[in-house]
Design a protein. Structure first.
Length: 134
C-alpha cells in the first residue's frame, strides 16, 4: 500500500504531533481501497474508509485544506497475538519494521525484550519518512 501524507500551508508542521494520511491499498484482506486518518497527539481524530479515489478526494477537499506533501510505499503482514496486533512491513527507501499495538505497555515491552530489536524509532513513521524523502 501507499501512504500519502497531506499538509496544509504550514509545511513545517511537526508530524509527530499531527498528520493527515491517505492510504491507498493495492490488495488487502479487509476489502478496503482508501483509508483516511487524521492523528493529533498520537490519537486518531478521524478514520474513514472510501471505495474509490474520487470519494476520498471529495471528502478531503470538503473538510481539509491540504495537498499531498510526500508518499511512501510499503508491503506487510498483520498478526494477532493475544491482545496485541503485530505488523511486519517492508518500507521502500527505509528498512523492514515491526509495529506492535498493545493495550498495556508492559505486555508490548515483554515481547520486545524477546526479539532482537536493533532500533526503536523515536518518531512516528510519517515524521521519519519525511526526513528521509525530503
Amino acid at each position: 500500500f501507499t501512504d500519502t501524507i497531506l499538509t496544509g500551508k504550514n509545511t513545517n508542521l511537526d508530524l509527530n504531533k499531527e498528520f493527515v494520511r491517505l492510504r491507498t491499498y493495492k490488495s488487502n484482506s479487509w476489502n478496503k481501497n482508501y483509508a483516511l486518518v487524521h492523528k493529533k497527539e498520537k490519537k486518531i481524530v478521524l478514520k474513514k474508509d472510501f471505495p474509490n479515489e474520487q470519494a476520498a478526494d471529495e471528502f478531503i477537499h470538503t473538510y481539509f485544506k491540504v495537498k499531498p506533501a510526500f508518499e511512501y510505499y510499503r508491503t506487510g503482514e498483520e498478526w494477532q497475538l493475544d491482545d496485541m496486533k503485530i505488523f511486519l512491513e517492508d518500507i521502500k527507501d527505509f528498512k523492514p519494521t515491526i509495529e506492535i499495538q498493545a493495550k498495556k505497555e508492559d505486555i508490548m515491552n515483554d515481547l520486545l525484550s524477546k526479539l532482537d530489536v536493533i532500533e526503536v524509532l523515536k518518531e512516528n513513521l510519517p515524521a521519519t519518512m519525511q526526513k528521509i524523502l525530503q
